[in-house]
Design a binder for this molecule. Sequence first.
Ligand code: MRU
Length: 350
Amino acid sequence: MNDYRPIIWKGNKLYLLDQRHLPQQETFVEVNDLPGCALAIKDMVVRGAPCIGFTAIYGMALWVKGQTDLTLEKCRKACDEMIAARPTAVNLSYEVNRCFDMMKESLSKKEPRESLYDNLVAFGDQQILESHAKNTSMAKIGFEELKKKVGDKKWNLMTHCNTGFLACGSLGTALGVISYANSKGKVEHVYADETRPYMQGTRLTAFELSKEKIPYSIVVEGAASYLLSHGKVDAIFVGADRIAANGDTANKVGTATLAIVAKHYKIPFYVVAPVSSFDTSIPDGKHIEIEMRAHSEITEFRGHRVAPEGAVTVNPSFDVTDHQFITGIICEKGLIDPAHAGELVKVVRS
Ligand code: MRU
């Protein structure tokens, strides 16, 4: 565990660790307005469902600061512009719509614009701070579950994409469980999927695991069947970008394939995500919009063309894991069994 921060608010300015250049360069970009913030989210300067949400809150504060006459219509339009930056992670609309509620209340009370700005900044700070407590709670729940399910030995764990402090602003969700288990001396080895095509596993998860000195190997996604069939993995932990009411979960593309293979080899498969990643307004995963990203992410590798000229691609950034392949969903309120219909909705309302 460490105090490394991908989002810094300082002197009324937003600084984002440019995750596009990790792990080779650790540089920050300064963001000054709503379009700049939305672009940073779209271009994945900042990424990971929770961090996208936190960044957007500060983006809304920056927008309010730049306004002379605020109206509810302008506020809604600005919020929608921010929400449009990336479609799949519900945390973005979750946090921005909470900003909109604050704007509405402030306008109805005829508060000065400066107070709304201060309140939005304070809200961003508070969400990041609270996420630490939530992530710690999820980590402890995951740890206890591992003790029960896998037993009292050192565990070999697998993860997909990046769910650590770079994605969450603190500790992490799935990687938070791994990091916590490691702090208790219970991790033998971690297998980090490389995460084609954006390489979140190779670039970011491996970076985080090395910062925390957790023993790991990077593996290609296609190695899952080999590893799982050879008993190399005791349990799998992944994050989530949106979880529907029935437990179907959108996460980085490749997650669903991994879950299906895990079920075949009877390896426990857990989704770890805060309640802000739940979208109980949709009954199942078929209602989740999947972001399609640029061809160049596949045809090029860091600016070097690897596919023939004119090659076309299909590049969905996420997929939906059917709840039947998920052993448990861990949120800050507890462990949810997705096989029990309605349990997720009950937990959200509790
Ligand atoms: O496209 P990204 O890098 O934003 O995708 C991130 C993921 O899919 C993560 O696994 C997910 O957001 C959970 S983050 C705690």
